[in-house]
Ligand binder design. Structure first.
Ligand code: NCD
Length: 317
């Protein structure tokens, strides 16, 4: 049961709980009308200490579509954090007003700390370069929907798949969360594609994947591996997490996925991206049926509806 639970990292929910959540999200996608008033009178606090478009809007859209309401801030400058209030106090106060808290914060570990102080469930909407579990739910649901079919579970869907992660694998929290979530399944293969400076941290590659027996490979060349992939997860170079601008400028154009590069890819490849995109996927690709990133954004709203309805206890999941 997810009622009353916080979500700090993907492993907080069991594999069975995730499957149930995806089934609910799929039902909502098909016809969510039965939940339209289910959260009437409930309040969601959205505390965003870092910029966001999709995550905040999709949480707000999800809550509004369930009949609930939202309050919060999108700019820490307008909150009492700018007066020196501690995070613990901010979340304790938000918990006095709201039934659940969604929080994004630039500090790794902030969501865990918040979940310890808040008396209502806390959902991590990104803590620095660490985790982004609801983006992971979005990514997993997208893979299940687009590569699964026929009622297959996520575990059955990913068995046998080759999944490539390309771009800034060092700072990209969506990559860290998704790789960690995938490590709980068997039979899949991961290919990390990045410049040497932006390699995936060892705590993920060796600490999580190797420890779980997941087969993975690291390379600098997208061209040589693209033909063997079932899923290609592109990411933006995370400018805001660089220590100096020269490094960012040198690395920002490391990978640009173009229609020409896609010629070597399989016809049933799906290209994902958590968005925002800068220039790592050429605009010409948006018309390619393999480009799935806007569908992915839509699935993000369904899975957040399923998550909110579950943790608020209006459905039993
Ligand atoms: C991601 C994030 O904030 O980590 N965006 C998102 O939530 N969809 C990816 C990014 O900012 O590059």
């Amino acid at each position: 049961m997810l009622k009353g639970r916080s979500l700090v990292e993907p492993g907080d929910f069991s594999i069975d709980e995730l499957e149930a959540l995806f089934r609910l999200a799929e039902q909502i996608e098909e016809d969510g009308a039965y939940l339209r008033e289910s959260c009437r009178g409930r309040l969601l606090a959205t505390l965003f200490f870092e910029p966001s478009t999709r995550t905040r809007l999709s949480f707000e859209a999800a809550m509004l579509r369930l009949g609930g309401s939202c309050l919060g801030f999108a700019d820490p400058g307008s909150s009492s954090a700018s007066k020196g209030e501690s995070l613990a106090d901010t979340v304790r106060v938000a918990a006095c007003y709201a039934d659940a808290i969604v929080m994004r914060n630039p500090k790794e570990g902030a969501a865990l700390l918040a979940s310890r102080y808040a008396t209502v469930p806390v959902i991590n909407a990104g803590d620095g370069g660490h985790h982004h579990p609801t983006q992971t739910l979005t990514d997993l649901l997208t893979i299940k929907r687009l590569r699964g079919g026929g009622g297959r579970t996520l575990g059955e869907t990913v068995a046998g798949l080759s999944l490539g992660f390309c771009g800034d694998l060092k700072f990209g929290r969506t990559v860290h969360s998704l790789a960690k979530a995938l490590a709980r399944y068997t039979g899949l293969r991961i290919v990390f594609i990045s410049p040497p400076e932006l390699r995936v941290p060892e705590y993920i590659s060796r600490g999580v994947l190797a420890a779980a027996g997941v087969e993975y490979q690291e390379t600098g060349s997208l061209e040589t591996v693209i033909g063997g992939l079932d899923v290609l997860y592109m990411t933006r170079v995370q400018k805001e997490r660089f220590f100096n601008e020269e490094d960012y400028i040198r690395l920002k154009d490391s990978y640009i996925l173009t229609a020409e590069k896609m010629e070597a890819a399989r016809q049933d490849l799906i290209v994902l991206h958590p968005l925002p995109r800068v220039n790592e996927i050429a605009l010409e690709l948006d018309a390619d049926p393999r480009a799935a990133y806007f569908k992915q954004a839509r699935y993000g709203m369904y899975v957040r509806m399923a998550l909110l309805a579950s943790i608020l206890g209006v459905v039993s999941c």
